[in-house]
Design a protein around this ligand. Structure first.
Ligand code: PLP
Length: 445
């Protein structure tokens, strides 16, 4: 494909914007683009981010000079394929025939019954079954779309990083399908947690590169590899963080979930959901569901972060939105967990996919705009929710998704009869069974 990206005007890079005020519910927050200023309620979904990749003060491109041109090229190609019917058709076919979309919007009758009050009244709970996607998680939507984009850009090798392995497995599978060379960086800490995912990636033909430490160490190594292979390699981002256009692109490719949910809700009860709930690590699966509904003011959107150990107020957690402060991380302005010197602090969650110190710039913006609600659920509550869904519905949720399910405990008693609640089951939790079993006494299970 011809590419004239070098003629694009580059976004304002490295300009440090002032941090926003401490989080308050502010529905009048202004969204500023080059040509206009609007209140959030009038911002259409396609206008955000603005031309320089900013969601309000969040986002942007805080990167080394060497990455400016590759990111501009990626932005150009991404914008081009959004208008390209051939690309859209190829992705649509892959999502239907390879990924298995659409995923069901399942009415969880026994979970619904579980939350009925003594008068038999309560909300109706629906589960969006992203765990049924090929590869066992929502990750495949973005991976398949980006891999097709990489191929169109003439790239032969894919470089990526994974923590839980869901993303790594999805990338390895799609690379096999599209005959792309695949290298996956994984931290040794995560390899120990989910060895079977590493074996799977290798079986699917990927080269797995272990890096001493956790996700952050592996992410740094993968970026180094990308810089060495800028001409031939494609960095396949699996999270909604990073410099522009990565957060927008990953969200866009995941937003098929919300579009389906709108259609399915219309078919099932002739309206929109009243409440959407998703767990938040970096924010991909949450935005995948939420984005479609941002302009529907009556739809409540709830993001649930990892409260870690202790009573959701302890020192060890992964709650970047609830307990973080604004700063620059992985090339973008966002909420992040940092100490007084601006050093990244240690994160903790029983769900490795939630253990990330930063969060999507778009979710950061939506939090400050008062458009999303953010809460935490601790490890113990999430483990209970995992067990509850297994027992009541025969569905095994990922520990990440179990955080979203656990929030039902607090939410349901506050809801009117018949309220329609959609919980995103972002992935399958078969690989989490060992962790869950270890945390409970055998006779309790
Ligand atoms: C199944 C699953 N759900 C949720 C997450 C959390 O990430 P995010 O908030 O970016 O969707 C992950 C991360 O790896 C995951 O594997």
């Amino acid at each position: 494909m011809a590419c004239n990206y070098t003629t694009l005007s580059l976004p304002c890079v490295g300009k440090v914007v002032p941090a926003v005020e401490p989080p308050t519910l502010n529905t009048n927050l202004k969204y500023t683009s080059k040509s206009c200023t609007k209140t959030l309620s009038t911002v259409s979904r396609v206008e955000v981010p603005n031309i320089v990749g900013k969601f309000g003060n969040f986002g942007g491109k805080f990167v080394a000079e060497v990455l400016i041109t590759p990111l501009a090229e990626l932005e150009y190609e991404f914008n081009s394929v959004l208008l390209d019917d051939e690309f859209k058709m190829e992705v649509e076919t892959a999502l239907r025939d390879y990924v298995g979309r659409e995923t069901p919007l399942y009415h969880a009758q026994k979970l619904t019954d579980n939350y009925k009050n003594i008068n038999g009244r309560g909300p109706e709970i629906y589960i969006k079954r992203e765990d049924l996607s090929h590869g066992g998680s929502y990750k495949m939507n973005n991976v398949v779309s980006q891999a097709i984009l990489a191929k169109r850009m003439g790239r032969k090798s894919i470089i990526t990083v994974t923590s839980t392995g869901h993303h790594g497995v999805a990338v390895a599978a799609v690379c096999a399908k599209l005959s792309l060379d695949c290298t996956v960086f994984v931290g040794t800490k995560d390899i120990l947690r989910k060895p079977s995912n590493v074996q799977l990636m290798e079986l699917l033909g990927a080269k797995v590169k272990p890096v001493d430490g956790g996700f952050q160490a592996a992410a740094s190594e993968s970026t180094r590899e990308w810089i060495e292979k800028l001409q031939t390699g494609y960095y396949l981002a699996g999270t909604a963080v990073g410099p522009h256009p990565i957060p927008t692109m990953v969200r866009e490719f995941n937003s098929v979930n919300g579009k389906e949910t709108r259609k399915q809700a219309m078919e099932k009860w002739g309206g929109t959901p009243d409440i959407l709930i998703a767990c938040v690590g970096t924010g991909c699966n949450a935005l995948g569901l939420f984005h479609e509904f941002i302009s529907d003011k009556n739809v409540r959107m709830i993001g649930v972060e990892g409260g870690g150990v202790g009573g959701n107020t302890g020192e060890l957690h992964s709650a970047s939105l609830v307990r973080g402060e604004v700063g620059v991380y992985h090339g973008a302005m966002c909420y992040l967990l940092q100490d007084g010197d601006g050093q990244i602090t240690k994160t903790q969650s029983v769900a490795s996919g939630l253990e990330f110190p930063g969060v999507s710039p778009e979710l950061s913006f939506l939090k400050d705009a008062g458009r999303i609600e953010c809460y935490t659920v601790n490890d113990e509550e999430a483990l209970d929710a995992y067990k509850r869904l297994c027992r009541l519905e025969g569905i095994v949720p990922a520990l990440e998704a179990s955080h979203a399910l656990a929030y039902l405990e607090k939410l349901c008693p506050t809801l009117p009869n018949g309220a329609k609640v959609v919980v995103n089951c972002s992935g399958s939790g078969y690989n989490d069974a060992t962790t869950v079993l270890k945390s409970f006494q055998m006779d309790e299970i």
